[in-house]
Design a protein around this ligand. Sequence first.
Ligand code: GCO
Length: 257
Amino acid sequence: MAEGNPLFDLHGRTALVTGSGQGLGFAIARGLAQAGATVVLNGRDAKKLAGAAATLRAEGVRVETAVFDVTDGAAAQREVARIETEVAPLDILVNNAGIHRRAPLAEMTEEQWRAVIDGNLTSAFLVARAVGPRMIARGAGKIINICSLMSDVARPTIANYASAKGGLKMLTRAMAVEWAKHGLQVNGIAPGYFLTELNRPLVENAEFNAWVCKRTPAGRWGRPEELVGAAVFLASRASDFVNGQILAVDGGMLAAL
Ligand code: GCO
């Protein structure tokens, strides 16, 4: 079988993927590991993380875990320092962690707003602030922020999530323009509708499911493993001159009226 193109080879690289105990984060971590990276899984639930790590170890890849809340800046600093001492310097950061608190805007509570802004936007700032200066000191690094279809469009009941993901798109560009001169490439991935736990209520809603399939030119939901190609590209040498870009992986949804 032809060897993989060395441009996409992640052997010798170490990646931290936040929110990777399940869903898109787990799929991305698995994909980076399959491309050769050592992956560090992150989440708040130690038991779930240990299970995810065991699954990947059984597949023969090197995986570590870092249990911390990405909205806690001090914990992010502490855990990144530990990873860089005990595992390896981080070459790749994937800011994937995110939550939903869906509610009609007029009824949305302050807690629902703050929790989603904190969990989806501030978290990326806090973890990047822990990792970025270390990458800058080394003159190299890849940061991938998992934005969303909702970085550019909205639908009812997700004003907090869309605002956070819109902010994350601009934080991605802000990081890119400040850190490119230090050899870092910062980009985003904008998933469309994917079959994840976060979306289970939507998939199981026949009307919503029909709407997604009709509104998506590909006519279906995405499968988490279909995000891996974009993640490996943005984590590898293949994207060394790509900066501040948001790559939609959405079955064509953003392209369609
Ligand atoms: C929703 C969905 C969306 C998608 C995703 C698209 O409630 O509309 O959860 O937020 O999952 O964010 O990129």
